[in-house]
Ligand binder design. Structure first.
Ligand code: DNO
Length: 360
């Protein structure tokens, strides 16, 4: 079975890119979707899922991958109220299975999902890209002001995982996480996985944790999905193939100590990578990086070696191009424009075709 090429789509009325645009990108067969107006902890109801399913199926795509069903902070913090949210998560899994969903991507990052210090940094080629500089984060004394700045920078588009409702409660969230250590986070993740993985097994839906982005602690908040050793530990918290990984090359790879092809070989050979996010970044200094075009020559990661590792382990899961540059005057959601991601999708398919034919 070959790998399946996906495309992250934010939904009708929420994404300037239409399904008919996506249909014209050769090789894309799966729409990676979510109900983006859902708060973490809410049940995704059948009729709500049905509406999106009808849209996606009308264009002949599958909807096998959801990114993301977000995990409520009470589960990450380990509050007594977590059980109610875990029950809701189980119900989401059951409901999604009715539509053939095979993989659910999620993350276990406290408070903030993926974090950048600049959403539109100009580059030498006239494009803009997302960028991160730890020294800027280190000078921030008020995370609320930072969250407001990110939202402003995102313009009319809401940043995935940065729900305004949660951002409005940052003070409370930071206070709740104050006593949560890395070990607590591992324990709370295990509690969550022990509850939901049996449901995943029963309904044949795989969970795939996304690495922390960037893969180190920020704002004094602990982060655990950060390197190969911790991924090994996370996968062993519940040793089931249903407890798997979304291996994001750009997130994990923004720490130059993380060897992405080696991780693909180790966790891919174990059948634990269910979803691959493949993109490039350029290291610009310690704790600093800028995003880049997917093409190996444009960044610090070798995408050929990454794709070769997937090919060598017989990867047959889902893959998608990830963040792109903003090029050709496109206006859109930071990192999620049409043009550069389409170039990325076709580049990844091209590498794969060469690997396939070269190995015959
Ligand atoms: C950013 C994305 C993340 C990712 C979540 C997974 O572009 O990669 O927001 O979807 O962390 O839950």
């Amino acid at each position: 079975m070959p790998m399946k090429m996906g495309w992250r789509w934010y939904g009708e009325g929420n994404d300037p890119i239409s399904l008919s645009d996506i249909k014209q990108i050769p090789g894309v067969t799966s729409i990676v979707w979510a109900l983006h107006d859902k708060m973490p902890g809410e049940i995704w109801e059948i009729d709500e899922i049905q509406k999106v399913a009808d849209q996606i199926h009308a264009y002949g795509f599958d909807m096998d991958v959801v990114e993301s069903v977000n995990v409520h902070d009470d589960i990450k913090i380990g509050l007594p109220t977590r059980d109610k949210y875990i029950e809701n998560y189980k119900q989401c899994i059951r409901n999604l299975s009715k539509f053939g969903v095979k993989v659910i991507c999620y993350n276990f990052m406290p408070v903030f999902d993926w974090t950048r210090t600049d959403l539109a940094k100009p580059r030498f080629d006239g494009a803009t890209v997302l960028a991160y500089d730890q020294s800027i984060i280190d000078c921030i004394t008020d995370p609320q002001a930072f969250a407001d700045r990110i939202q402003q920078g995102a313009g009319d588009f809401e940043m995935a995982g940065w729900e305004p409702e949660r951002m409005a409660e940052l003070k409370k969230l930071f206070a709740q996480y104050a006593s949560v250590s890395h070990e607590d986070l591992f324990r709370n993740l295990q509690y969550f996985l022990k509850a939901v993985i049996p449901v995943c097994e029963q309904y044949d839906v795989k969970l795939a944790i996304h690495p922390d982005d960037p893969p180190w602690d920020i704002f004094g908040l602990p982060r655990i999905c950060t390197n190969a050793e911790n991924v090994r530990r996370i996968l062993s918290l519940v040793d089931s193939p249903y407890n798997g990984l979304t291996l994001c090359s750009g997130s994990m790879g923004s720490n130059p100590c993380n060897d992405i092809p080696a991780m693909v070989r180790e966790f891919g050979a174990q059948g634990r990578i269910h979803f691959a996010h493949v993109r490039n970044i350029r290291f610009t200094g310690p704790g600093q990086f800028e995003e880049a075009a997917h093409f190996s020559g444009d960044g610090s990661l070798d995408l050929y070696e990454i794709m070769k590792a997937y090919h060598d382990v017989g990867f047959d899961g889902y893959i998608r191009p990830d963040h792109g540059r903003m090029i050709w005057d496109e206006q859109g959601r930071a990192g999620y424009g049409l043009y550069d991601r389409a170039l990325g999708a076709v580049y990844l398919s091209g590498l794969w075709e060469a690997l396939e034919k070269g190995s015959k």
